[in-house]
Design a protein around this ligand. Structure first.
Ligand code: HEC
Length: 157
């Protein structure tokens, strides 16, 4: 009887040992897998803090050398009215490469309103057309006037 009892207790011991090893295997293996995937889990010292750095806001209406950088338009009275109304659908280049007088600008605007969904500009239309005629006047046709009364200067090397 004593022997049988002994045997039983040996089996129990072995069983606990196996259970222990199995547990160790599962926990250790799990830990190892976790560690492999998160290698810095034990790195308590260099806790990294995520600091959100707001991007330096660039002034999108920056003027450099008298030019509105974003659109290339000349900085003059009415600039922002033109920027806000005339650069939404197409580039400002389309505006500046067309040099027109007041009537033709008004006609172009009317055409865009009738065919291209351009909105009613109200009082801004005058500001816009004045800006365009003043800063992008129609190119003079024909020959320029002959130069007279010129002061020549020596070129230096
Ligand atoms: C709602 C959209 C829209 C707005 C805003 C707009 N346009 Fe246009 N514009 C167009 C379209 C579309 C065309 C045709 C583009 C093309 O032919 O590729 C055009 C063409 C033009 C042309 C060329 C016309 C031609 O005969 O070829 C000029 C100049 C022009 N626009 C000036 C302006 C000016 C000045 C303003 C501000 C008052 C303005 N646009 C605002 C849509 C717009």
């Amino acid at each position: 009887m004593a022997e049988e009892f002994n045997f039983k207790s040996e089996v129990k011991k072995l069983y606990s040992l196996l259970l222990f090893l199995f547990t160790l295997f599962v926990v250790g293996g799990g830990g190892l897998i976790y560690y492999v995937n998160n290698p810095d889990v034990f790195d308590f010292e260099s806790k990294t803090e995520t600091i959100a750095v707001a991007p330096i806001e660039e002034d999108e209406d920056r003027i450099e050398n008298g030019i509105h950088v974003r659109t290339g338009l000349i900085d003059a009275e009415g600039l922002m009215t033109v920027v806000n109304n005339c650069t939404n659908c197409h580039s400002a280049k389309i505006v500046t490469q067309n040099r027109m007088n007041t009537e033709r600008w008004n006609a172009t605007i009317k055409w865009m309103q009738e065919t291209q969904n351009l909105w009613d500009l109200g009082g801004n239309q005058e500001i816009i057309v004045n800006y365009l005629v003043a800063n992008y006047p129609p190119k003079a046709m024909g020959r320029r006037m002959e130069l007279t009364d010129i002061k020549w200067y020596e070129l230096e090397d």
